[in-house]
Design a protein around this ligand. Structure first.
Ligand code: URP
Ligand code: ZN
Ligand code: ZN
Ligand code: ZN
Length: 484
């Protein structure tokens, strides 16, 4: 078996930085130490050798709002690898009335083209016995996290009774509950009012989803999850209102995690006031971009640990697709891209500004989510035995982000013109070099599905705690005689 050795770099993990070489054989790390020899050498002088990024939130080739997101598993994972992300977790979206495992099969049919490893979350898009049944099959198939949309009324949204039933089921199965937290009823009312008043442009999208709709839904989901006894992961946390609810829950001992996106950390609401309709519509996503105070809150959350993972929610649409919404912002397909840019943007605006240490960077781009999703240490680690999903990051390498040089299939980039400093020299997926100093050497179909075990330690701890504190009848003495 031929070995690869990453030479002369500094290994940076979520908790340590140290000089060492890394030997890779059979797709895994087999040795970490000084002066390793006997294999093909990759020079990492001046570079950091880190666990590859894990993006826990993508929508590749997803049917949504009357179309399909434009990046599929091939272009999406090629974009991921070129930016240092070596694993994506995509959302299976069952249609109304569709069984969960039927939908999973559809996703397996699409993901065979992936260039890097991938896993899935299951979305609970409707509620009934068939879904309840299918959730167990999903867990057995290694899909142990279940996303619920509290928004998109009339399409994907589930109501509170359904949320509570589903959360209890997820808790019983030892899985992770996830939410897209926006109050869909209020959004629908505000949307109708804005359109009736002639607010039809892309800025109307932002007006229809103020931070309060997100704060309210986040708090509601947290309380429902607590009553159901299930850990909760809140996706795309964009504002202080939602962050505050998560921070408070964590301080109270609840098992809740929050995920800000790189877009919300670095772009703000002024994008929606741009005079060019296309510019604004290309940035329409839910939740929308917020003002600078909300951005500061998200950065503070990453720094202090109240927010845990940075994702992209990569759901890209071309300009042509965005134009479905000319004259009615509610018809603009919701979603933005970012897979290729997440690590460079976070390194530049996080580590490059001193908001994050390199170790914290690894934690929020890879290790934390690997632990939350029960992927660690197969993924998210530089340890003997771990998959050799690695990024060799050169902190001096720079580029200007441009749609003309990106891997993503769309015709623009929401980060267009940003200078980023800190780029991959090499990216390895299970030991195979996919990015070689700017050259893309990805291999279609190399990616493998990674199934996950249910009941990680946090679920066991939570169910033990819930059992200890469950309501029990009080055993009483001195019962008065009945019928007196
Ligand atoms: O606007 C967004 N976020 N589109 C993708 C679907 C979702 O809500 O995550
Ligand atoms: Zn079954
Ligand atoms: Zn969402
Ligand atoms: Zn999403």
């Amino acid at each position: 078996m031929s070995a690869t050795i990453i030479k002369n770099g500094t290994v940076v993990t979520a908790d340590l930085s140290y000089k060492a070489d890394v030997r890779i054989e059979g797709g895994r790390i087999t040795e970490i130490g000084a002066n390793l020899t006997g294999g093909t050498e990759l020079d990492a002088t001046g570079c950091y050798v880190m666990p590859g990024g894990i993006d826990p939130h993508t929508h590749l080739e997803m049917p949504f709002m009357g179309t399909y997101s434009a990046d599929d598993f091939e272009s999406g994972t090629r974009a991921a690898l070129s930016g240092g992300t070596t694993m994506v977790v995509d959302f299976i979206l069952p249609g109304q009335g569709q069984g969960l495992m039927d939908a999973a099969q559809m996703w397996h049919n699409k993901s065979g083209r992936a260039n890097c490893d991938y896993s899935y979350h299951m979305a609970v898009t409707w509620w009934g016995e068939k879904v309840w049944e299918g959730m167990e099959d999903s867990v057995k198939a290694g899909i142990t996290s279940f996303k619920h949309f509290m928004a998109y009324k009339g399409a994907l949204m589930v109501n509170d009774d359904e949320l509570f039933s589903s959360f209890r089921r997820v808790g019983d199965l030892g899985g992770l509950a996830m939410v897209h937290a926006e109050n869909g009823d209020v959004v629908a009312e505000l949307t109708a009012k804005l359109l009736a008043e002639g607010n039809t442009g892309p800025e109307g999208h932002a007006y229809s989803r103020p931070p309060q709709v997100e704060g309210e839904a986040t708090n509601r989901a947290i309380m429902i999850a607590d009553m159901a006894g299930v850990p909760l992961y809140v996706v795309h946390v964009s504002c202080e209102d939602a962050h505050e609810a998560i921070r408070r829950a964590r301080q109270a001992g609840k098992r809740v995690w929050g995920e800000p996106l790189i877009q919300h950390l670095t772009l703000d609401e002024s994008e929606y006031f741009h005079p060019d309709w296309d510019h604004a519509a290309r940035r329409v996503m839910s939740p929308p971009f917020r003002n600078k105070e909300h951005q500061a809150s998200l950065w503070a959350g990453l720094m202090s640990g109240s927010l845990s993972c940075v994702a992209t929610d990569h759901c890209s649409f071309t300009t042509e697709q965005k134009r479905f919404g000319v004259g009615n912002f509610a018809k603009i397909p919701n979603g933005t891209g970012g897979l290729e840019d997440r690590l460079p943007m976070l390194w530049t605006y996080g580590v490059g500004t001193g908001r994050l240490t390199p170790n914290e960077f690894v934690a929020v781009t890879s290790t934390n989510i690997a632990k939350i999703l029960n992927l660690y240490p197969k993924k998210g680690a530089v340890l003997v035995g771990a998959d050799a999903d690695l990024v060799v990051l050169d902190p001096e390498k720079e580029k200007v982000i441009s749609a003309s040089t990106q891997q993503s299939a769309i015709d623009y980039n929401v980060f267009e013109g940003q200078t980023v400093k800190g780029l991959p020299r090499y990216v390895l997926t299970r030991g195979q070099v996919a990015i070689d100093d700017g050259a893309v050497k990805t291999q279609e179909g190399h990616g493998q599905f990674v199934g996950r075990e249910a009941r990680p330690a946090v679920n066991r701890a939570l169910s033990q705690w819930k059992d200890l504190t469950a309501p029990r009848p009080v055993v009483r003495t001195g019962i008065p005689a009945t019928g007196v």
